[in-house]
Ligand binder design. Structure first.
Ligand SMILES: [Zn+2]
Length: 460
């Protein structure tokens, strides 16, 4: 393997080879599922989609676990506000997430565990920590982790306990012995619904957020695995706490590589609901096609801060159009396999092997597109399409992409609407089926039904 990955733990690029030859095990902290995914979530999932795709392109088998946090204060609150059960809320939001990220071409993980299905494993882990003197029962009924008893605390964020304590402004609360101690098991409160309560040896309660990931990663990937990923904002305290729990219980390193993606900013400001610059994936897809949003994200390096703005999305759209133009000039030859020794493929591979260097890899695609324009070579066009596929772009029909630009609707979104309309028809909900057809028509998309299924063309 010639792949190097930046490891947050060592703050350096390190040579990567999987613990088990030929098989990579990767865990990424997923969504807390109480609302629609915003573009920050999309960026996290996109970053690890590129990682997963490149590991596979490198000939490795990948077991990719991305969890779902389906029990949490915000989830309980939102379900109560909406007058629905927690399960109704989380099922609805998980379906919406799958739909949204599917449009962006983000491949599903191998396993997508839900926290509520792993409560026994969490309780067993808390029991082990208590047995080792790393957990204690607090006066308010919670079970907390005793941070000062774990030697390695702070090694991921690179901070000492004293530094971390100095930054902790919150007074010691809830029976904590140290301000940095965190909750493993939260005692139930009378106003919480029965759905949010589990009986246990520690009393009736529910798991804290951090213990969920330690239990789910161990249950699905084992005590030690290759890559642990997540957004940069999770380094402290979430990932530091996962290390304290997992390594405190097993005595083994949790993950060999810690990989963190950068933040998303909007017009150079922090994205937040209070600033009114908060975008869900659905908001963006009303204005731009899904592949443009994907390309905007993958042409930046996953560790850099990503600045979202209309100007940058317009620019991404124009750039992607140049690549598709090359593919519209000459029908790309089918590539059975990429010859990585060829000059363009070798440069692309060298870029991706250096910490998933997508900006340089995309630059190679532009050079290759220039060559296709000059030579009209079907083989080079085929290579352009195949290399694009390694990062999940350029797989559509060029004409459909150009039309999507004219209408503002992307191919994948149209296909999703066609599928939704077919489902509505099957359920004999003809009003809904007609509404979808009319809504597409308003966007310049004409549906054609035949025995073989439904196709579309742009309105004249
Ligand atoms: Zn986690």
């Amino acid at each position: 393997m010639s792949l190097r990955i930046y490891n947050t733990l060592s703050r350096a690029l390190e040579d990567f080879s999987p613990l088990e030859p030929g098989h990579v095990r990767m865990y990424v902290c997923g969504m807390t599922i109480y609302d629609l995914c915003h573009i920050g979530h999309a960026r996290m999932m996109m970053a690890f989609d590129v990682v997963q795709r490149w590991l596979k392109s490198s000939g490795l088998r990948v077991t990719y676990v991305r969890n779902i946090t389906d029990i949490d204060d915000k989830i309980i609150k939102r379900a109560l506000e909406r007058g629905i059960t927690i399960r109704q809320l989380t099922d609805e939001m998980i379906a919406a997430m799958h739909q949204d990220i599917g449009l962006l071409g983000i491949e599903p993980p191998t396993v997508e565990p839900r926290a509520t299905e792993y409560v026994p494993q969490m309780l067993s882990l808390i029991g082990q920590l208590e047995g080792k003197g790393l957990a204690y029962r607090a006066s308010n009924g919670d079970v907390n982790y005793a941070v000062r008893k774990f030697d390695g605390y702070g090694k991921l964020s690179g901070k000492s306990l004293d530094e971390l304590r100095a930054g902790e402004r919150v007074a010691v609360q809830g029976g904590k012995e140290d301000p940095l101690d965190f909750v493993l098991w939260k005692a139930s409160k009378p106003e919480e619904p029965p759905e949010a309560q589990w009986a246990s040896a520690f009393g009736t309660g529910r798991p804290g957020w951090h213990i969920e990931c330690s239990a789910m990663s161990c249950a699905t990937l084992g005590e030690t695995f290759d890559i642990h990923g997540g957004g940069a904002d999770l380094q402290f305290p979430h990932h530091e706490n996962e290390i304290a729990q997992s390594e405190g219980a097993t005595g083994q390193p949790l993950a060999k590589f810690w990989v963190h993606n950068g933040f998303v900013r909007v017009d150079n400001e922090k994205m937040s609901k209070s600033l009114g610059n908060f975008f869900t994936i659905r908001d963006v897809l009303k204005q731009y096609d899904a592949e443009t949003l994907r390309f905007f994200m993958v042409r930046a390096h996953y560790r850099s801060a990503l600045n979202y703005s209309d100007a940058h999305l317009d620019d991404a759209r124009q750039a992607l159009k140049r690549l598709y133009t090359a593919l519209s000039l000459v029908a790309p030859a089918d590539m059975a396999a990429i010859d990585w020794a060829g000059p363009y493929a070798a440069r692309f591979k060298a870029a991706m092997d250096e910490d998933f260097g997508t900006p340089e890899a995309v630059a190679v695609l532009f050079d290759l597109a220039g060559e296709v324009n000059k030579t009209r070579s079907a083989a080079l066009a085929g290579l352009l399409k195949a290399l694009g596929g390694c990062i999940g772009i350029l797989q559509g029909d060029p004409q459909a992409f150009f039309q999507a630009g004219a209408t503002g609707v992307g191919e994948s979104e149209i296909q999703a609407q066609i599928a939704a309309r077919a489902a509505a028809k099957a359920a004999k909900n003809f009003a809904e089926a007609d509404r979808i057809r009319q809504a597409l028509l308003a966007q310049g998309i004409v549906l054609k039904d035949s025995a073989a299924g439904t196709t579309w063309e742009a309105a004249q």
